[in-house]
Write a protein that binds this ligand. Structure first.
Ligand code: B12
Ligand code: SF4
Ligand code: SF4
Length: 383
């Protein structure tokens, strides 16, 4: 007689499941066994099977030794001294959303991308824990009230990405991956399991000052020299974010104090701003990720070469002032002027070797691959 697990009776017959059933057990069962050795390669392979687009591993020891801003250390240690490794999970934003007339499709799909990423991270955390290794996920978007006036997350997931060997920070401090440029979201899975860490890239992925397309496209003039003016960015990136809520409430309280009539207050509540908050609560749209311009125009990544090169070639926001600013920064770097984003501490995440033509190499390889594909295409393929 075969012994069945206790909940076997409750399980539906696998043969009778709907083929498109998408419950949590749709994937092959976890490969991790309690007491057995689990390697970094196995964890990465599993994350890919679960749907991660890219995955890398950083050592908690290194992350503790190199906080992005040492005055406000965003380190695993501050969350739990027991964490040994951080698995960085990346989900790319489909390029199609960047080909539209408005930003709304990106705003909506961002939310779906984050949802998928969280599911992958949650699943891998559960599987490692079931194999005996306590593991959890850090929030990918929320910030911590006590860190730098709530502008910092518990960990900087971009820096996790760099330390996990997945890319380097660009001129606008987005992390650029060779595969998808900056068009990604990232999260971190923190585990007490010791895993071999990936080596960070030493070559700068960002083309740098001679490109400056992110600077040209930025509606808020927020792109600094390997840095970002957060306040200026947030006005576009978070149209209905926390500071907009505060400004709205200030106006309502002022009006109330000045004895405004009930109808006036109701009219204020019927405003586009108030509607924006509701929309944000409902679906996140509007409360973050509103402005995708620096993501859309960055020429790094095969997704750009395949789908965006033509639609994003012209940058309507480009002005002669922005071009001049880019040039002056290029000269400043050539002269070796002190640049905060490239100082001895920060250069680690930008790529200490400088730009060595990764994007040009990528374009060549991409074109070669396209030619090969065209050559093997059968008549049915091209019909
Ligand atoms: C708060 C936040 C914002 C804020 C502030 C951004 C910021 N740079 O911190 C605002 C609203 C502006 C914002 C905008 C955007 N964001 Co945002 N954001 C976050 C969040 C939640 C926390 C950021 C954080 O903790 N930063 C940490 C610190 C280290 O960043 P920093 O101060 O810029 O870093 C520098 C300082 O440390 C500086 N430094 C400062 N002081 C000192 C002092 C010393 C002594 C030294 C040595 C260094 C130093 O050097 C660092 C390197 O430049 C993260 C998620 C997360 N948990 O990481 C997402 C995140 C960074 N955002 C993301 C995205 C996609 C965006 C937007 C594109 C959204 C959009 N479409 O509108 C824009 C892009 C803006 C840009 N170019 O940076 C993605 C980034 C993906 C990518 N490819 O990089 C993230 C990682 C979310 C995610 N989970 O994937 N964001
Ligand atoms: S998200 Fe928009 S406003 Fe912010 S840096 Fe990028 S282009 Fe500028
Ligand atoms: S647009 Fe150009 S300068 Fe800006 S991050 Fe991308 S490669 Fe770097």
């Amino acid at each position: 007689m075969t012994l069945l697990p206790a909940d076997a009776a409750a399980q539906p017959d696998p043969a009778r499941r709907h083929p498109r059933w998408s419950g949590p057990r749709r994937h092959a069962p976890s490969p991790f066994r309690s007491g057995a050795l689990i390697t970094a390669d196995e964890v990465k392979a599993r994350a890919k099977v679960l749907g991660a687009d890219l995955v890398g591993i950083a050592s908690a020891q290194t992350l503790n030794a190199f906080p992005p801003d040492p005055l406000w250390p965003q380190t695993p240690e501050r969350i739990s001294p027991r964490v040994k490794s951080v698995i960085t999970i990346v989900q790319h934003i489909p390029a199609g959303a960047f080909r539209c007339r408005t930003n709304t499709p990106v705003q909506y799909i961002d939310m779906l991308v984050l949802r998928k990423m969280d599911k992958v991270a949650y699943q891998i955390a559960g599987e490692l824990e079931a194999a005996g290794h306590p593991t959890f996920v850090v929030p990918a978007q929320e910030t911590e009230w006590t860190y730098k006036r709530a502008s910092y997350g518990r960990l900087s997931t971009r820096h996790l990405g760099v330390e996990s060997g997945l890319g380097t920070l660009g001129l606008e401090v987005n992390i650029l991956t060779p595969e998808y440029g900056p068009r990604i979201y990232l999260t971190g899975v923190l585990t007490e399991l010791e895993l071999a860490a990936d080596a960070p890239m030493t070559e700068q992925v960002c083309i740098g000052e001679s490109c400056s397309r992110c600077l040209h496209s930025c509606p808020g003039n927020a792109v600094l020299h390997f840095g970002i003016d957060k306040r200026a960015c947030a006005q576009h990136a978070q149209e209905f974010g926390f500071s907009t809520i505060m400004k709205f409430l200030d106006r309502v309280f002022d009006a109330q104090e000045q004895g405004a009539a009930t109808e006036t207050l109701i009219a204020m509540a019927r405003s586009r701003e108030h509607f924006g908050f509701w929309q944000g609560l409902l679906r996140v749209v509007g409360s973050f990720g509103d402005c995708p311009r620096c993501l859309a125009v960055c020429p790094v990544g095969n997704d750009y070469h395949a789908h965006l090169a033509e639609s994003q070639k012209a940058i309507p926001e480009k002005t002669s002032e922005k071009v001049a600013l880019g040039k002056s920064r290029q000269e400043a770097r050539r002269r070796g002027d002190p640049i905060a984003g490239l100082n001895d501490w920060n250069i680690r995440w930008v790529g200490p070797e400088g730009y060595k033509g990764i994007v040009a190499r990528q374009v060549q390889e991409f074109k070669k691959l396209q030619k090969e594909r065209a050559a093997v295409a059968t008549p049915t393929d091209v019909e």
